[in-house]
Design a protein around this ligand. Sequence first.
Ligand code: TYD
Length: 268
Amino acid sequence: MTAETGNGAHQPADTTVRTEGADLLEPEDYSSTPGVLISFEGLDGSGKSTQLELLAEELRAAGVVVVTTREPGGTQVGEAVRTILLSPVHTEMVARTEALLYAAARAQLVEEVIRPALARGAVVLTDRFLDSSIAYQGFGRELGLDDVITLSVWATECLFPELTLYYHVSEEERLARSSEIVDRVEAESSKFFARVEAGYAHMAELHSHRFRVINATGTVGEVYEHTRAAVNEEFGWLTSAVDGGGRVVTGSSAASSAEDRLDEHGTI
Ligand code: TYD
């Protein structure tokens, strides 16, 4: 898998917390899991949540069984943890507490929602997953890659996404898109977000087998063409896709694989 989709100019930035962590990066054997986990990543204002919704809608229309979720949250426990994490009141929260809480919400989500859905053969689209922890806590909070991965691997019993779509936009574009109401994380400095971006860039290189960097500058429709092309290239679920040059192409196994998924695994 290539590490770039569309015109995404992805420049790995320098960082002081860069480590290898390669020994902790063995993904699961996906052949033993009927479903597929796809994560949507990016900084606040990258437009990833809209892209997730558009993809969910189109996959469902194509007959694919889709489960959507988000982090932190997606379960009652997770949503309660989310309230603590994002409340602007808790300015005293230290980085290790933050990392543990994100991992706690993820553990609950994986056990309660994601693994059962994957076992039923669903396509699970998650708005953020472990790469958010690596980027925000590992790099943004400078806790380091290895410890944060170890924590997430423990929390999820080693579940990695099969495909990660990372939406990359320039800082100006991102700020222009961001809402005026900021949560505790969004209130961070631009230096913090530069480190977060460096974290994503590092993971995109280290895990190039599952990362696709998507140029998220442009209209929702233009970005969705990149989303669609990346997903179709990997899985061929959709009957037609728009390639990088904007032409409509046909995905050979799309219809049959969508039907297989529905027939074999039923509904959620
Ligand atoms: P949310 O409102 O869901 O933002 P977004 O729409 O950008 O996803 O808030 C989630 C915030 O939590 C976001 O700023 C990123 C942060 N976060 C982490 O710092 N670590 C994590 O592991 C996760 C999942 C999220």
